[in-house]
Design a protein around this ligand. Structure first.
Ligand SMILES: NC(=O)c1ccc[n+]([C@@H]2O[C@H](COP(=O)([O-])OP(=O)(O)OC[C@H]3O[C@@H](n4cnc5c(N)ncnc54)[C@H](O)[C@@H]3O)[C@@H](O)[C@H]2O)c1
Ligand SMILES: [Zn+2]
Length: 365
């Protein structure tokens, strides 16, 4: 069992991240459920039917705590306040109190939403994350950011709230779709680019669909360590944590625009395009050379992620940049690379360069 202990500021904010195989069956050995009065098990319409019963059975074998399941339709279209309201109503209906527990079983959407709901219910009750998607394992389920979309604005509402424990059963990835596996590689590549050239070397030129358990384990652990390290230094994103948003400035704008099309992009796919834009900007301001830019573009392409956008307009993307959460007084702030493995944050870039970088990924306009 690979375990990692994240500590943030105070020991009170420390929680284990447990990564291994067949962990769902061993849940009660991994987390102490003893003092909880009620459990709400949150999942979505893909994950619930496959794994909720396993979680229920594992807990019920050892405890008599009433477990209620809540399932939302899978996908970003559910990541809205109306779903959170339903979760709160369900918690209230089952008589959940401050000693009740929320279990988020699923991908990043479930961990973001369930964490948000738990962090507000009665001013905050405990939750644990059982991450079942690669995106949730390498990124979303740890670090204490919870959130939902405001209309199509990505993660515009949210809280900082940490789970009590994060469990990752690598076995659950066997049922994840190929598209979702590939999408998660965007965040994996991101971690290498912003913080660790060695890790980038490990993950570049890997086929996300062809990884054995050992390599997968190594990659997940590598990403977790990078993210944990950054979060420990700056929990509330006052400074260095912003580097984790590399690719997300334009990425979120593209993701938002894609919701209105017939082919919405997955989060990771939009981030891949956002990373190419941010890497191009890094080149345009003179931080990296063209060769380095090409390496980055090749690695993203090799993973099976998109590198070009069709039927989008540069000006639409630019318009949305100002509503990015990092924007100050309507001015977008960028995370740019200084080299592979090192990033700078809070960078303002001239409008012309931004236009040029975005236009370089938008074809046929
Ligand atoms: N809080 C953070 O720090 C953070 C970081 C990165 C991403 N995110 C958020 O996470 C979300 C993306 O995460 P995601 O890609 O996991 O989305 P997701 O939760 O929608 O999961 C992806 C898809 O895979 C399905 N799925 C998940 N696990 C499965 C399994 N084991 N077997 C079969 N199907 C499975 C889900 O039902 C869904 O259809 C975005 O909303 C993004 O904003 C948050
Ligand atoms: Zn992301």
């Amino acid at each position: 069992l690979n375990t990692l202990n994240i500590k943030i500021y105070t020991p009170a904010h420390s929680y284990p991240i447990l990564l291994g195989e067949n962990l769902l069956e061993k849940l009660t050995e991994l987390y102490d459920f003893r003092d909880y009065t009620k459990i709400l098990l949150i999942s979505d319409s893909n994950v619930g039917p496959i794994y909720a019963a396993n979680v229920r059975t594992a807990i019920s074998k050892n405890y008599e705590i009433p477990i209620t399941e809540f399932e939302s339709p899978a996908g970003e279209k559910s990541k809205l306040l109306k779903t959170i309201t339903k979760i709160w109503e369900k918690l209230s209906e089952i008589g959940a109190d401050r000693k009740s527990l929320v279990i988020n079983l699923g991908g990043g959407i479930t961990t973001d939403m369930g964490g948000f709901a738990a962090s507000c219910y009665m001013r905050g009750i405990n939750f644990i994350n059982i991450a079942t998607s690669l995106e949730a394992m390498v990124d979303a389920s740890i670090g204490g950011k919870t959130g939902i979309n405001l209309g199509s604005l990505k993660n515009h509402l949210g809280t900082f709230a940490h789970p009590k424990c994060v469990i990752m059963d690598i076995q659950t990835l066997t049922t994840l779709s190929k598209r979702d596996l590939i999408a998660a590689f965007a965040e994996i590549i991101k971690h290498g680019l912003i913080a660790d050239a060695k890790y980038f070397d490990l993950v570049k030129m890997q086929n996300p669909l062809n990884l054995d358990t050992e390599l997968l384990n190594k990659i997940i652990l590598g990403s977790l360590k990078i993210k944990a390290n950054v979060v420990e230094k700056d929990e509330k994103e006052a400074g260095v944590r912003q580097i984790l948003n590399f690719g997300h400035t334009a990425g979120h704008a593209i993701e938002t625009l894609s919701f209105k099309t017939k082919k919405p992009l997955l989060h990771g796919e939009a981030v891949a395009l956002g990373m190419i834009i941010a890497a191009k900007l890094s080149e345009l301001v003179g931080n990296i050379d063209h060769e380095t830019f090409q390496v980055i573009e090749n690695v993203i392409n090799f993973a099976g992620l998109p590198t070009k956008l069709q039927n989008y307009q540069t000006k639409e993307i630019i318009k949305l940049l100002s509503s990015d959460k990092k924007s100050i007084a309507g001015k977008a702030k960028w995370v740019l690379l200084k080299s592979i493995g090192e990033a700078d944050w809070n960078v303002e870039v001239g409008d012309d360069l931004v236009r040029q970088a975005i236009a370089s990924v938008v074809s046929n306009q």
